[in-house]
Write a protein that binds this ligand. Sequence first.
Ligand SMILES: Nc1ncnc2c1ncn2[C@@H]1O[C@H](COP(=O)(O)OP(=O)(O)OP(=O)(O)O)[C@@H](O)[C@H]1O
Ligand SMILES: [Mg+2]
Length: 293
Amino acid sequence: MKLVVLSRNPNLYSTQRLVEAGKKRGHQVRIVDHLKCNIEIEKRKPTVFYKGEYIKDVDAIIPRIGASVTFYGTAVVRQFEMMKVFSTVESIALVRSRDKLRSLQILSRAGLGLPKTVFTNYSSDVKQIIDAVGGAPCVIKLLEGTQGLGVVLAETRKAAESVIEAFNGLKARVIVQEFIKEAKGADIRVLVVGDTVVGAMKRQAKEGEFRSNLHRGGTAQVIELSDIEENAAIRAAKAMNLSVAGVDLLQSDRGPLILEVNSSPGLEGIEKATGKDIAGAIIKHIERNAEVD
Ligand SMILES: Nc1ncnc2c1ncn2[C@@H]1O[C@H](COP(=O)(O)OP(=O)(O)OP(=O)(O)O)[C@@H](O)[C@H]1O
Ligand SMILES: [Mg+2]
């Protein structure tokens, strides 16, 4: 098959591994920078122009679209979809997954466990918001944050009120969330491909920190999931309509709670922690699902 990895940087671990895994299974693999693609639209003839030529005869794309370029990146993915090219991530699902609030609403409708979450239009009734998530301590998250930046643990009501008011004053949108204490500074990243879990790791925050992000000094270890956890991760990916997903969950007294479903999950942490060939699993998924003509 002819595969295209949409990626801005050929040197990234995930990009390299996908190219390597594709070639190893006998496919032609090309890296295309989505930001350098021109989208040409006319009656029934969608095309993508890239580096002096039209991209032709592609069987499948693997989008690796960064959060900062979601708008243009998804437009390129959509264009390939118009050209009847299989994508490991549908453009609609990609857009949805980038909106934290919408994602939580979709997961809630699917009946998945979630930390109780409040979102308001800069409401000045800060006390009510804090009450709604069970009081302090609670977690306040910038809607646009990633890699743990903009995620604050407010230990007391006073701290929570000040932080929410400060963000409101700056017109920065936040979600306020129940703090899951029993997670003990750890979360679980589950890689779902198709209908199965292909790898899972537990990320533990460093001493004195509640955010387990590897970028914040957290450490990762392979973990054996319970059936309930495995099931929740698969259902979360399905609800978001993602056939390749990184599902983050917290272990709580009331079972697994979904934090987030990532549509371009990084492969480095999970492959190194589990020793599994996740890139290969993604290529096999394409082989099972893409139509070659
Ligand atoms: N409600 C919560 N209770 C306990 N711990 C939490 C809660 N929310 C987040 N955490 C911890 O903080 C970390 C960062 O939070 P989160 O994943 O929501 O933000 P982010 O990593 O900045 O955003 P994104 O995952 O979208 O890039 C989580 O991995 C988890 O360890
Ligand atoms: Mg996170």
